[in-house]
Design a protein around this ligand. Structure first.
Ligand code: F0G
Length: 357
């Protein structure tokens, strides 16, 4: 008899028929995926929307970001080929995920990080999982260029999304959304950095529809930070800058995939300012109790703009990916909250006094 509480098997085993795996592929999994799709009616009311919004809370993956979906596949395929070392460039989350899955597989990970621009929690993760961390005196785009060159030498397996299996794994998030809703949404909002994820979601929604498992194809609504918005400007940005360090990228690897997702779906890729990002970041935490890292607030800020512009028809079904956990970037959270705990003596009277009661 099968157990009613059988553990979720991870995205490779759950969606094997849609993925480039065989019975011979060793499955390196931390049981990623199956993340909650959370309705956020208070947030919608607050921004004046007349639609249903569900957040795909990818922060609840094993390393607290969506990267684990692609990494389980990338590291499994690397293991299948007998690789001993994996390498990636990262704004933080890819490195945390690569390091964790490499540890799980008994491999060495090497992560190239833009100096001084990695959120604290992500750095802690990579170091704890045993990565060889290299701080590059440059940005993500510089690090990715070096990683591509290292990949060509054959000394390490590249696990950035230039490795096509990463995108394959990431598309499983779109499958899960359709499985829970019983169909695709009308719109899907998400942040865009290196542009792998928007490419992956669009592929996932299309494959599910082609397989007869959903009917609706969403309009793909991608959002970049204004200081790092090459896809909006139509040319690479040499010195990208944004508080949302996860998407501080000037020359996305999946440029064509992202533009195609937006145009083919009837959606768009646009930008929001850091100020708008931080406003949405705090609003979500305070109205719904959902703490995300700043990059995730880009699509929420975008949704606020689209709502105000009357672009979202009443009754629409909207989903948005919350790609990473708020605890990844505690420095930004503490700075943005602007609140300093009140220090008092250890008495009830002192606490009541501090509360003004
Ligand atoms: N949100 C978060 C939290 C991310 O870490 C990233 C990318 C994105 C959104 C953008 O996704 O690149 O597929 O368009 N982080 C990469 C990294 C670049 O190195 O962790 P994308």
């Amino acid at each position: 008899m099968s157990s009613p509480n059988k553990p979720w098997p991870g995205v490779i085993r759950r969606y094997a028929s849609f993925l480039p795996v065989t019975d011979q592929t060793p499955v390196i999994t931390l049981h990623e995926g199956n993340t909650p799709l959370i309705p956020v009616p208070r947030f919608v009311e607050k921004i004046g929307g007349k639609f249903d919004l569900f957040l795909k809370y990818e922060a609840l993956n094993p390393t607290c970001s969506f990267k684990d979906r692609g990494m389980t596949l990338a590291v499994s395929k690397a293991a299948e080929r007998g690789a001993k070392v994996v390498v990636c460039a990262s704004t933080g989350n890819t490195s945390a995920s690569a390091a964790a899955y490499a540890a799980r597989a008994g491999m060495q990970s090497v992560v190239l990080l833009p100096k001084g621009k990695i959120a604290l929690g992500k750095m802690a993760q990579a170091l704890m999982y045993g990565a060889k961390a290299i701080s590059i005196d440059g940005n993500f785009d510089d690090a990715l260029r070096i990683v591509r060159e290292l990949g060509e030498t054959g000394i390490a397996e590249v696990v950035n999304s230039v490795n096509p299996v990463r995108i394959e794994g990431q598309k499983t998030a779109a499958f899960e959304i359709c499985d829970v809703l019983g169909d695709g949404p009308d719109f899907h909002f998400l942040p865009v950095g290196n542009a792998g994820n928007i490419t992956a979601y669009w592929r996932g929604f299309k494959e599910y529809a082609n397989a007869g498992l959903s009917d609706t194809l969403p309009k793909m609504m991608g959002w970049q930070a204004a200081g790092a918005a090459p896809l909006v400007l139509g040319h690479p940005v040499e010195k990208p800058e944004t508080v949302a360090t996860a998407i501080r990228i000037g020359n996305p690897a999946s440029w064509d995939g992202a533009m195609n997702a937006a145009s083919e779906s009837g959606g768009s890729i646009r930008s929001v300012t850091d100020e708008q990002i931080l406003e949405a970041y705090a609003l979500l935490a305070r109205t719904e109790g959902i703490f995300v890292e700043p990059a995730c607030a880009a699509p929420l800020a975008g949704l606020i703009l689209a709502t105000r512009a009357g672009e979202i028809p009443a009754g629409s079904l909207i989903t948005a990916t919350m790609t990473g956990h708020g605890l990844k970037d505690p420095d930004t959270a503490i700075r943005v909250s602007g609140i300093v705990p009140i220090e008092v003596a250890a008495t009830k009277e002192a606490v009541l006094g501090a509360l003004g009661l």
